[in-house]
Design a protein around this ligand. Structure first.
Ligand SMILES: C[S@@+](CC[C@H](N)C(=O)[O-])C[C@H]1O[C@@H](n2cnc3c(N)ncnc32)[C@H](O)[C@@H]1O
Length: 257
């Protein structure tokens, strides 16, 4: 496992349960867009692979949309996978605990790869992420997904949060993980994929302070008691205007000549 990957111990089962309830506020909406984007334009996929499935929010939509597909889902966190596995509606899914960067799964056999809010956790190994996507897709197959996006509003928001945690800093640890559509297009092309549709989706959400702090903690794989929480509780008002930005992407592996 690489040093930048979250350590399994950081993704406790407590955090995964908290994540599972908070995910409905934000991640589920991206998951719905991802499934709708590929839903009607493709032949029904026979083999699907989900990267960083977490507690199974997107997995559930995949199973509902393509009940006959052979669905594989992986995540680096045992606690997140355990929560996903415990859901009766996901019993047909094959779950694997692994880092996607080391996915030892058969090459070029998947019609579709899907991923919501996970690829940015593999920073700084982004080229390797897109190369692995290319390796797993069959020719003509697609990846549809989202990763954390960077905009002027997220820069301002990260600066606002950073200054309440460590004064005089303009970025959070998360800022470096954020990508722009131009970066994603370059990375995809560098890995031999065709960027069919890559765009930013930015939302501004009002969240109760404690909901925001819990969500930040569990999304980043940290326990709620770490050094971030107390300064945030002291520094933030009752309501936080959260800026949530994603790069949404539909990438295709070229057909064989
Ligand atoms: C913000 S959560 C998103 C989970 C889920 N896709 C959703 O939409 O709710 C990020 C997930 O990425 C997983 N993750 C982080 N690094 C990973 C890696 N190298 N390989 C596979 N999964 C990883 C984390 O364990 C976590 O479950």
């Amino acid at each position: 496992m690489r040093t930048n990957d979250p350590q399994p111990s950081q993704w406790s089962s407590r955090a995964s349960r908290a994540y599972d309830s908070l995910t409905k506020k934000i991640q589920l909406r991206n998951a719905q867009i991802i499934v709708a984007t590929v839903g009607d334009s493709e032949d029904p996929p026979r083999r699907i692979y989900e990267i960083g499935c977490g507690t199974g929010a997107l997995t559930q939509l995949i199973v509902e949309k393509w009940p006959d597909a052979d669905v594989h889902a992986s995540d680096i966190s045992p606690a997140m996978i355990d929560t996903a596995k415990s859901k009766p509606e996901l019993k047909s899914v094959t779950f694997t605990r692994c880092s996607f960067l080391e996915a030892a799964t058969e090459s070029a056999t998947y019609d579709m790869l899907l991923s919501n809010a996970a690829l940015h956790w593999m920073h700084p190994h982004y080229l390797q992420v897109f190369q692995t996507i290319n390796r797993l897709l069959r020719p003509g197959g697609v990846l549809c997904g989202s990763m954390a996006g960077r905009t002027s509003a997220t820069d301002e928001f990260d600066q606002f949060v950073a200054q309440r945690v460590v004064r005089h800093e303009n970025e959070t640890q998360f800022t470096k993980r954020r990508a722009t559509p131009a970066q994603v297009r370059r990375l995809a092309q560098g890995a031999g994929l065709i960027p069919e549709d890559v765009y930013l989706l930015e939302r501004h959400e009002e969240m109760a302070r404690l909901d925001f702090i819990s969500w930040m903690n569990v999304s980043g794989g940290r326990e709620p008691q770490d050094g971030l929480t107390a300064p945030l509780i002291r520094g933030l008002g009752d309501v936080v205007n959260v800026v949530h930005a994603s790069v949404m992407m539909l990438l295709r592996k070229p057909d064989e000549l």
